[in-house]
Design a protein around this ligand. Structure first.
Ligand SMILES: NC(=O)c1ccc[n+]([C@@H]2O[C@H](COP(=O)([O-])OP(=O)(O)OC[C@H]3O[C@@H](n4cnc5c(N)ncnc54)[C@H](OP(=O)(O)O)[C@@H]3O)[C@@H](O)[C@H]2O)c1
Length: 316
């Protein structure tokens, strides 16, 4: 089969489109014929060797995947009762990041990493959902503990994680204050934000009229700017960040705590997210669809900081 792999850590040039033996599923695993994998910023960091993830070389990137179950390993039930899988099932998953991913024609997945794909979008596009939507969920509810009637400020809401976060927060009855530039403000409004602050023209500190219970930061702001935003959180509230490359600030004197997201797979949550997509409560947005042969060029764009939105990668 064809796959993109890197045999050493380094710049985008270490990626090779090459022939690889078709993998065989082991116990508890299935083989998936890949419809698409999604590109995430972490793929860039893993290839460069910057992230503390114990990748074994050579490595196939692309841990978010959609596709069709193609072969079952030992112990995988072969029936859909009790969450089993059958050959031909359309599935999505957030695969273990240290193992080979979906930038290939086939990928081996632990059966318990996969859930049925949403029914109302093209199967390749469904690869855009798993880790990004789980990031939003974990930020809002697992770390932020947000509940009905509370207020959240989402800084950097116009990006990929932000729009899932707005939709999930609104569905939970949370009042959403969002920052977005003119580039993304209409999409942020459409996702359901109650107030949108243009961070390119407005002082966010002055524009938030009532303190929030939780501040979620998704934007690459200066640490000093981030620390200043903590004043917008009520005493006893929380600051949650996905921007793990910088420390998340707190305010001990006022009991404002800090937490950083390191997204983890969660099959039950992903199943719930799929049902929210099917019901129309959550929208999956794909900005670009590229062939697998173009993945090295996409990594070069990412390394140069030029990727906006969600890109999916499809085998020929
Ligand atoms: N820790 C984890 O497990 C994990 C998992 C997934 C993602 N992440 C990280 O989480 C972050 C968000 O992910 P994403 O995919 O949503 O990224 P994204 O699509 O790049 O979105 C970031 C958003 O921040 C906005 N922004 C830029 N500068 C800003 C500023 N000064 N003030 C306010 N907003 C600003 C951007 O512009 P506009 O305002 O023009 O729209 C953009 O919409 C990224 O750093 C990503 O790497 C971490």
């Amino acid at each position: 089969m064809k796959a993109v792999r890197f045999h050493e850590f380094g710049g985008p040039e270490v990626l090779r489109y090459e022939d690889v033996e078709q993998p065989t599923p082991g116990a508890g695993q299935v083989r998936v014929r890949v419809a698409a994998s999604a590109f995430n910023a972490a793929d860039d960091g893993m290839r460069a060797g910057f992230l503390p993830i114990p990748v074994v070389l050579p490595h196939v990137p692309g841990y978010d995947v959609s596709g069709t179950v193609d072969a079952l390993g030992e112990g995988v039930s072969g029936t859909t009762d009790g969450g089993g899988l059958q050959v031909g099932d359309a599935v999505i998953g957030f695969l273990p990041m240290e193992r080979d991913g979906g930038a290939a024609e086939y990928v081996i997945a632990p059966a318990d990493a996969l859930v049925p794909a949403p029914r109302n979008l093209p199967l390749p596009d469904a690869a855009a959902l798993p880790s990004v939507a789980l990031t939003a969920w974990q930020a809002l509810f697992d770390l932020g503990d947000l509940t009905d009637g509370q207020r959240v400020l989402i800084n950097g809401a116009g990006g990929v994680v932000g729009k899932y976060a707005i939709a999930l927060a609104k569905r939970a009855g949370v009042h959403v204050v969002a920052t977005a530039s003119p580039r993304s403000s209409s999409a942020v409004r459409a996702a359901g934000a109650d107030q949108v602050i243009d961070h390119t023209t407005t002082d966010v500190l002055g524009a938030v009229e009532e303190q929030v219970d939780v501040l979620v930061n998704l934007a690459p702001i200066d640490p000093e700017q981030f620390t200043a935003l903590v004043a917008l959180v009520r005493a006893g509230g929380k600051v949650v960040s996905t921007t793990a490359f910088m420390a998340t600030p707190s305010d001990e004197a006022r009991g404002v705590t800090a937490a950083t997201v390191f997204v983890l797979p969660n099959r039950d949550r992903l199943t719930e997210l799929v049902s929210l997509v099917d019901s129309g409560a959550v929208q999956v947005e794909v900005t670009r669809r590229i062939p697998l042969t173009d993945l090295p060029a996409l990594h070069a764009e990412a390394a140069a900081g030029r990727i906006a939105g969600k890109v999916i990668v499809q085998p020929a």
